[in-house]
Design a protein around this ligand. Sequence first.
Ligand SMILES: Cc1cc2nc3c(=O)[nH]c(=O)nc-3n(C[C@H](O)[C@H](O)[C@H](O)COP(=O)(O)OP(=O)(O)OC[C@H]3O[C@@H](n4cnc5c(N)ncnc54)[C@H](O)[C@@H]3O)c2cc1C
Length: 581
Amino acid sequence: MPDYSTQSVRPGVDREELEFDVLFVGAGPSNLAGLWRLLDLIERHNAQPGAKRLEGLTIGLIEKGDAIGDHAFSGAVLDPIALRELCPDYRDQGFPSEGDVAREEVWLFTQRGGMRAPVPPPFLRNHGNPIVSLSRMVRWMAERIEQRTVPGVDVMLLPGFAGMRVLWEDGRVVGVQTADKGVQADGSPRSNFEPGNRLKAKITVFGEGPRGHLARELDAVLGLQDGAVNPQVYETGAKEIWEIQPGLVPDGFVLHSTGWPQADGESGGSFVYKLAGDRLAVGYVVSLDTQDPFADAHLALQKFKTHPRIKPMLEGGKLLQYGAKALAIGGWNAMPRLAFAGGMLVGDAAQMVNAARLKGIHLGMKGGLCAAETIVQALLEEDFGADSLMRYARAYTESWAGAELRRTRNFHQILGHGLTATAAMRLGISLVADGWTPGDPLRSEPDAERTASTEAFYGKAGVKRDDLDWGVKFDGQLTVPKLDDVYASGAMHDEHQPGHLKILKGDQVCATCWETKGSPCTVFCPAQVYEMHPDARGKVEKVAISFSNCVHCKTCDIKCPEGNVIWTPPEGGGGPKYSLC
Ligand SMILES: Cc1cc2nc3c(=O)[nH]c(=O)nc-3n(C[C@H](O)[C@H](O)[C@H](O)COP(=O)(O)OP(=O)(O)OC[C@H]3O[C@@H](n4cnc5c(N)ncnc54)[C@H](O)[C@@H]3O)c2cc1C
């Protein structure tokens, strides 16, 4: 098993050990919904006369962002079904909605125009759903939790702490160790060295989002993916938030498109969401199972903004914030085992996303809700073994969320080569046949393995991205170079620490990839972390990594065609600073 840590185990270091009954890793909507519901259920249980009381409990939540919400990134139009289950009167509780969807457009774009669907297809109907900034939404959820007092329960929300490695005892999960802080690039401690803590828990809920670093360790040890039909697969989405001229875009406006700027045979799509206060979210997602070694979500977004339907909305506006993140799109057929002795997986870490709807928040939140129910039963029975916790997996798959994921189980594979006539026919069949389509279940391959050589894809051996037409010129106004966008993400890391992006198999692998595939990491990374600096002969010896730019999207860990990059958490607190995303 590869070493998933940036840090050595440091055998001599004294680590504080903290005991929790339940520990949540990651403050995304899935885990926050889980923690919130857990408090509700404990309170309700303890109010029953004569019930065995649940008391003296300590529940913790760690988040690698400096503050909860800093690393939360999404579209987003929310299907409020899970939020309603959690908090039926959320609209009266200060929920930070950006407005309700009132006007929807769905397009198949060509470079200069396109075809607008007369009515949105059923999976893209959003009328009445709230538009949200996930960053604002999770801050609200955390505040609601902080304001609660449940007798007999201590809740500790701990932002700025990254889970670095899983703690194991006799093959079962018993918590996580957090990252050391104040470590020098060479691994030696600095004067401000703070050793990571051993956070031990009876149940640990892993809600790390897409391509969880600890989830990878769990899979490597427990084989969680073994029973799945397909491997986990992803898209990468890049998004900008703009301040726009008042009145240019009506409140509640939502646009989705496919087609241009993606080339024929490629899959991906856009979203444009009107936010409160004359702001607009404009985003583009690119499927990472593309064969194109030069697929680039950031570039696709820059081109997309020049489309005649989009450009006028941004005229006279200004860029406020940028971000990027991977999105799990494998769905039903790529879901790992959801529970094991001492732990559970929720949300994107378990592929709980409906790729057809570009929605995962409600499905991940339902994961949290189902997990909470099982946790209460497990605490009452004091049984934290695999069989006990697998009740969560059954409850989830039998819920409306399981049914929704099952219905769209073939969506991504159907559209894997874009909206062709065959794809449209198969999609139509799947919509009326509860997800079935000829060949069901359609297979997928790991994203990294799909990447072609430049010779195979572009017909030219040794071609580099800069040799090809970019299809857009950055003007610094409408179209923004990557590094300017990175600046707008607020990404920052303490540069004294060891790099958190680890090259696994050595620099020679990167040098060969430069020759054959033109180093896709230098293109797909939406934060320009990776660069190749060829010598006079055009040769490179190693990849240059500016880890401080990293926006924690995880694309490199997923799409490096050689499996040569492992993303590990930096010291807690580093990374992007999202407030509007
Ligand atoms: C471009 C884009 C557009 C989208 N649009 C929509 C939409 O319109 N509607 C919708 O419903 N969904 C949308 N989604 C999907 C949605 O954002 C996700 O499904 C959802 O955020 C998943 O929630 P989660 O709680 O599982 O994980 P996340 O939201 O990813 O949260 C995980 C949290 O865990 C933290 N974390 C990770 N690892 C560690 C660690 N080791 N230690 C401590 N903390 C850690 C992270 O910093 C993060 O805060 C979109 C996603 C993208 C990328």
